[in-house]
Design a protein around this ligand. Sequence first.
Ligand code: ADE
Length: 255
Amino acid sequence: MTAHRKIGIMGAIPEETEGIKSLITNPKEEIYVMRTYVSGQINGIDVVLVFSRWGKVAAAATTASLIQKFGVNEIILTGVAGAISGDLKIGDIVLSARLVQHDLDARPLFKQHEIPLLGKTFIESDKSLSNWAERAINKVLETKTLNNTLSQKTLKAFGITHPKLYKGDIASGDVFFSNKKQKENLLQTLPTIKCVEMEGAAVAQVCYEHNTPCVIIRTISEEADEKAVIDFPLFIKEISSIYSKEIIKNMFEKM
Ligand code: ADE
């Protein structure tokens, strides 16, 4: 017998969580350990929505509560990320293949980036959640859907023409990347990384330890360089919250 599905949806940006909240029917809010959890249904499927809060520790604590207290058995995290790989542009979406903590370094006891005691450096995302998300993201990125969702003015302001979906590795750490040197240093030790953010690998580790499938979806908000601090807040307001709501809406329409 398959378990009753209860999906945890985490938004890494409060504006994003607000947008997704409007999709939930019969919403019931509960404050627990400084976080507001919204339980209800999207398209008849039980969900619990919460803002992850920022950084690895906060996101790990939120994930543990989602699983242990709210009983979710799958987790989707959406948010923004800075581009690391040169082929990514603002407005592209990265779907996690694997997650790694770029700031984890317990050498000489363990290899650089290896999670102590788990004997793992990368944590793989769940294939079936990933396939499900992929179909929804492709729909959101179709020119027709995009033009219905965002104004021409907004798309032009961010130089978004034909945004693409990439499946690849995501690095997380308690650092906001805002210069080229940080990117170069990261790529030297972790050459497969597509983008950088501050929560995904923590969520993935907690999910792995609880045997809970998860996937991370990140929209590229800036290039993690000197311009990041200007592009980041603008992007969140104008684009990321709308993208995330559309992705979640499309995912639950195509169960
Ligand atoms: N999330 C979005 N952009 C980021 C950046 N430049 N560094 C870390 N996390 C991010």
